[in-house]
Design a protein around this ligand. Structure first.
Ligand code: GLU
Length: 305
């Protein structure tokens, strides 16, 4: 019985990869007799209520139901700030004035840990901090981590070692960062199994580390292979050309999409299916590890060889 969640960012139309991940999250929860909770990750400046409406409609059309109160991150800024303040009081944060370019250049250096913040602002002299404060440029706030890597265990990928660096908790403009809020919110929603796209597998070590720092339970992790387009590129939510409406316009139906999801998830189904058919045939051990690709017509989906 693991409570799951789906946490879309309302920044565009859900593409078929997003929808397939939502179906998988629902299947994991329901196959254990548990429930799926919804969270709107709307701190992105491009989040819009109309995208939320469209995303909700598409999830409903597939038959995905959610339990409990839905959570919206923009309602929770005070809570995130309290967590950040607690970490700061415990000496676990520091301000960082590095620009993206400076970090990119530093992490490209031969001895840098790929993608890890090199710690430039971690032990600045007091005079340097004063000068930077006087510059008026607002600093980001980083976690003072005492570990560089951590291994998590994923249901589909097995053990996976990822970077834990002094990652950003709040941006210079004060917006709390995804890596913080995802951990705070999964704990607040009582989430026991995180099912999401495997583009986020590399961030999971940071989440597991922060869970230990905050003393909240680590959920089970399941990172689902993505859906790519006919050129092999990842689908992007923002262009809106690869969602349910597009599938329908290309001659598909909701039932044919669910069947295509089923086939690419190792579930034996005919040309059409309901979400309950998928549930009846769902076996986590049969989920393929490779991505699925959307065919050129926009209404066909198959596993990549
Ligand atoms: N909000 C993220 C997205 O829409 C998902 C984050 C997560 O599942 O942890 O891609």
């Amino acid at each position: 019985m693991a409570i799951g969640r789906y946490a879309p960012s309302p920044t565009g139309t859900l593409h078929l990869g997003n929808l397939r991940t939502a179906v998988v999250a629902w299947l994991f929860a329901r196959s254990e007799g548990s429930e799926l909770r919804l969270r709107w990750e709307d701190l992105d400046t491009t989040a819009r209520p109309e995208h939320e409406t469209g995303q909700r409609r598409d999830l409903t059309r597939l038959g995905i139901g959610f339990a409990g109160d839905e959570m919206r991150q923009s309602d929770r800024l005070r809570i995130y700030q309290d967590v950040i303040d607690d970490l700061s009081r415990a000496g676990l944060t520091y301000p960082c004035w590095c620009s993206r370019r400076e970090i990119r250049e530093a992490t490209a250096a031969p001895h840098g840990l790929r993608g890890a913040y090199p710690g430039t602002c971690r032990s600045l002299a007091t005079t340097a901090v004063r000068a930077l404060r006087e510059s008026g440029r607002p600093p980001a706030l980083r976690l003072r981590a005492d570990q560089r890597e951590l291994t998590i265990v994923d249901r589909l990928h097995g053990p996976s070692t990822g970077v834990v660096d002094d990652f950003v908790l709040a941006r210079g403009d004060g917006t709390p960062a995804y890596n913080l809020v995802v951990v705070v919110d999964d704990a607040a929603q009582g989430i026991e199994e995180v099912v999401r796209g495997d583009d986020l597998l590399g961030s999971t070590a940071r989440h597991a580390y922060l869970q230990r720092v905050l003393g909240v339970p680590e959920p089970r992790w399941t990172h689902v292979p993505l859906v790519v387009d006919s050129t092999g590129a990842r689908l992007a939510k923002r262009d809106g050309s690869n969602g349910l409406d597009h599938w329908l316009a290309a001659g598909g139906s909701v039932a044919s999409l669910l069947a295509a999801f089923g086939r690419t998830l190792g579930i034996a189904v005919g040309p059409t299916a309901t979400i309950d058919d998928l549930l009846a045939g769902f076996d986590p051990d049969r989920i393929p590890r490779q991505p699925a690709a959307l065919g050129p017509t926009g209404a066909e989906l198959a596993l990549l060889p």
